[in-house]
Design a protein around this ligand. Structure first.
Ligand SMILES: *Cc1c(COP(=O)(O)O)cnc(C)c1O
Length: 353
């Protein structure tokens, strides 16, 4: 077949998302950091009452209703918010607006694998800098690289650690390019970087309703940055990137903070219990401020355990990547799901190689 693609597209690998089995598959799904609880009842009520007239018309191009609601909840003006079809789209918008061949995208590893895919699509240069021991940030190397875009996920995936505020401040004040702080898991953390956005014009925070608000299937994420930075991003977004249904449902969900906070509290308690149980089985468990745990099985046989659990309809995440081959990432489920997982691991460790 004729080669129709740009050379960087030929050269790049596809992003491989976590396995998403068909709906109805009887499976305990702890591989994509979804929230085990249903979305806010208020959000589901809005969904049930969607008017056909909203679908006949084009949606509001900037998700105004959601921006107003998020503005109230966060105490940030609504014109500091950009809404996207999932936060993945906001990441993609930043890459499209700020990078090109010859410009550098920099981030510490291991982290969210999509950063690499998006950068390669754009034919920009990738510089991956390994995290130091115990996930301390290689800050001097990141500063020296001075990327056109620097990504920091905090809490990071798959490690679950939060990057200290003073490190982020140092990056924001030193880098000449854009600092993207990906806060997909911020709802489960004890700190956030909102202050930095107010202070530094090169900082954008990325948030999502997929994790904390149980709306991964809806596809709604957003960015927070000063209107100057957003004006460049708005130029490259699709004209109607957020559909009318997603905007209305997400507005109700983010307004219902009480429900989200209650789910988060349950997940945090379950996370502590799961960490205790796994440590008792001999796992090393990293401290996590997200809704998942990075763990190292006592016999180092991570891939074997991943496979065996999958045979028992329990899906967790295994990354065949330097530094992660002997580790597993487990999303926090309900207490019942976590118990089933712990029981399965207990017998696998007894019989394991
Ligand atoms: C899940 C995740 C996202 C993507 O979230 P969506 O809003 O569902 O696109 C972004 N960044 C990180 C680090 C994530 O883990």
């Amino acid at each position: 077949m004729t080669n129709y693609f740009r050379s960087n597209v030929n050269a790049m690998a596809s992003y491989v998302p976590g396995e998403q089995p068909p709906r109805g598959t009887p499976i305990i799904k702890l591989n994509s950091n979804e929230n085990p609880y249903p979305p806010s009842p208020a959000a589901l009520e809005v969904l049930r009452n969607i008017d056909g007239e909203w679908l006949r018309r084009y949606p509001e191009p900037f998700g105004g209703e959601f921006r107003q609601a998020a503005s109230k909840v966060l105490g940030i003006p609504s014109d500091w918010i950009i809404v996207g079809n999932g936060s993945d789209e906001v990441l993609s918008i930043v890459i499209r607006a700020c990078t090109e061949q010859g410009r550098k995208v920099v981030y510490p590893m291991p982290t969210y694998v999509l950063y690499r895919t998006l950068t390669e699509m754009q034919a920009a240069d990738v510089l991956e800098i390994p995290y130091q021991e115990n996930y301390s940030l290689p800050i001097e190397e990141i500063i020296a690289a001075d990327g056109a875009v620097t990504f920091i996920a905090s809490p990071n995936s798959p490690s679950g650690h939060v990057v200290p505020g003073e490190d982020l401040r140092k990056l924001a004040s030193t880098l000449s390019g854009v600092l993207v702080i990906d806060e997909a898991y911020v709802d489960f953390a004890t700190e956030n970087a909102l202050d930095l956005v107010r202070e530094y014009e090169n900082v954008i925070l990325i948030r999502t309703l997929s994790k904390g608000y149980s709306l991964a299937g809806l596809r709604l994420g957003f960015g927070i940055a000063n209107p100057q930075l957003l004006s460049g991003l708005f130029k490259v977004k699709d004209s109607y990137n957020i559909d009318a249904i997603a905007c209305a449902v997400a507005t109700a969900a983010i307004t219902d903070q009480e429900y989200k906070n209650a789910c988060v509290a349950k997940i945090k308690a379950s996370k502590n219990q799961l960490a205790t149980d796994l440590k008792q089985l001999g796992f090393i468990v990293w401290d996590s401020q997200a809704n998942f745990l990075l763990v190292q099985p006592p016999q180092g046989n991570a891939e074997y355990l991943y496979q065996k659990l999958k045979e028992q309809q329990i899906l967790i995440r295994y990354f065949k990547q330097p530094g992660l081959e002997d580790k597993l990432r487990i999303s926090i489920g309900t207490d019942e799901q976590n118990q089933t997982l712990v029981q399965a691991l207990t017998s696998l460790l007894k019989t394991g190689e």
